[in-house]
Design a binder for this molecule. Structure first.
Ligand code: KIV
Ligand code: ZN
Length: 508
């Protein structure tokens, strides 16, 4: 994929591959497709959908994304061997535009201890694998893993071999987040000056020392024209360079970098929220660009300044990243067309029956809650439309807690495979009582790894969104539930997690 414009950055998103390697960020097939659709709306140029040879699940996800995605180039990762490359090529058969990304380590440490190979063997592997990849695909990227700890001359030799065999993008990863900005920029300049200018130099920076974005931006100044990034910086260990930070640096400081990109910045916030919902990890309040505090002004002096002129303390506008202004969107009297239009503006393209389901739950919620915001609507969509077919469903729940002299008690009715089962349990608190009762009825004994409750919007009548992560016999699952009553939300989240867990267990 030669660059049309040398001053444009290619955004290569690896949220679904490196990002998914982040602890706790595993996504189901349906979730990966939803995320890929949103990444396409965001305007990423290349979307790395997975590592085809690593598992059947990854292979199927890449194939499904390749089929679904219309304009974005879909990429599949492969080690430098023929079997991996064939698997990557097979996963991309239905892609409209595709790329094979081949990697092998070039640092002395990785070659000796991980690969058990001599440098000249590694060069031969690059030669044979890239030649094969180029025969399978017109768009081949080569990565020298652990590049920042590789001997620069050997790394260059590896890159030249890859280019001679057909690679059109050369990726220089800082695999362990070891590089420092000036040093990394010097390495990129060294490669840039010695490689055919038609070959795109890419960078892939990890964040172990908190420098992934700084290293990426420094690399642009040295001639890199592709950045491998993830939404919210999720990825192995401390993560990767965050797409939203790299993009907003290029956008806000355009006169400094003089580089353009194809990202629709107003899709940044909806994309970050979608990811956060899918992986069940709330956006940190102080997260640059998309955190809740990014546009909040606490001190009186700042507030006064912002009221007079937002530019006093805001270098970008909330609208530029697509942050909703929290205008009330829906209510009791909203009609189908309004719901449809609103959902489409939020990136959800639903059919008529699905819109009817969302509308019915908007009306139900409007009976309990006066004002319904974008975030509430999104929670309803996830709850109504994207919930996996349920083995267990919560029918009724009653809880007593407080200072009554009795232990907190939960009484519930669950539907288990179409049969109603009722049960009651005591607990140390109301949530404990509910979870124990559900576990008892479903005959599961999962460990609760994580429990978090978030208020989706402001006010005491806000929807509470509960996320739980449970594990049992080596399988783990995330569940979400939202309701103005957080005990109900907790029960729904727990049941949702058990449905996912039992689906996983059945698959195994
Ligand atoms: O961090 C890394 O080196 C990688 C490669 C596979 C590009 O993720
Ligand atoms: Zn990586």
């Amino acid at each position: 994929m030669p660059l049309a414009d040398p001053d444009t950055i290619v955004i290569f998103d690896t949220t679904l591959r490196d990002g998914e390697q982040s602890p706790g960020a595993t996504m189901s097939l349906a979730e990966k497709i939803r995320m890929a659709q949103q990444l396409e709306q965001l305007g990423v140029d290349v979307l790395e959908a997975g590592f085809a040879a690593s598992s059947l699940g990854d292979f199927e996800a890449i194939a499904a994304i390749a089929e679904e995605i219309e304009h974005t180039r879909v990429c599949s990762l492969a080690r430098a061997n023929i079997a991996d490359i064939d698997r990557a090529a097979e996963s991309l058969l239905r892609a409209k535009k595709s790329r094979i990304h081949v990697f092998i380590a070039t640092s002395p440490l990785h070659m000796a201890y991980k690969l058990g190979k001599k440098p000249d063997e590694v060069l031969r592997m690059i030669e044979s694998s890239i030649t094969h990849a180029a025969a399978c695909s017109g768009d081949v990227e080569f990565s020298c893993e652990d590049a920042s700890r590789s001997d620069p001359d050997f790394m260059l030799q590896a890159c030249k071999t890859a280019v001679a065999c057909g690679a059109r993008t050369l990726n220089i990863p800082d695999t362990v987040g070891y590089a420092q900005p000036e040093e990394f920029a010097a390495r990129i300049a060294y490669v840039r000056e010695r490689i055919d200018p038609n070959v795109v130099i890419s960078v892939h920076c990890h964040n172990d020392l908190g420098l992934a974005v700084a290293n990426t931006l420094a690399a642009f100044r040295a001639g890199a024209r592709q950045a491998e990034v993830t939404i919210c910086g999720i990825g192995e260990r401390a993560g990767n360079a965050a797409l939203e930070e790299v993009i907003m640096a290029l956008t806000v400081r355009r006169p400094y970098y003089r580089l353009s990109h194809a990202i629709k910045t107003e899709q940044i916030y909806p994309t970050a929220r979608r990811l956060s919902r899918i992986i069940g990890q709330p956006l940190a309040r102080n997260k640059p660009v998309v955190g809740a505090n990014a546009f909040a002004h606490e001190s009186g002096i700042h507030q006064a300044g912002v009221l007079k002129n937002p530019e006093t303390y805001e270098i970008m506008t909330p609208a530029s990243i697509g942050l909703p202004n929290n205008a009330i969107v829906m209510g009791k009297h909203s009609g189908k067309n309004a719901v449809k239009a609103k959902l489409e503006s939020m990136g959800y393209h639903l059919d008529g029956a699905q819109i009817d389901m969302v509308l019915a739950s908007v009306k139900r919620l409007a009976d309990k809650k006066k004002e319904i915001y974008d975030e509430d609507l999104e929670a309803l969509v996830l709850e109504e439309i994207y919930r996996i077919p349920d083995k267990y469903a919560l029918i009724h729940l009653g809880v007593q807690s407080g200072d009554t002299g009795l232990p907190p008690t939960a009484v519930l009715v669950l539907d288990v495979d179409g049969k109603r089962v009722q049960h009651a349990c005591f607990g140390v608190g109301p949530v404990d009582a509910v979870f124990q009762a559900i576990a008892c009825v479903t005959k599961h004994k999962p460990k609760l790894e994580q429990y978090s409750v978030n208020s989706i919007t402001g006010g005491t009548d806000a929807l509470g969104e509960v996320t739980v992560r449970i594990s049992e016999n080596g399988n783990s699952a995330i569940g979400r539930g939202s309701d103005p009553d957080i005990i109900n939300a907790s029960a729904r989240a727990y049941v949702n997690a058990l449905n996912r867990l039992s689906k996983k267990q059945e698959e195994v």
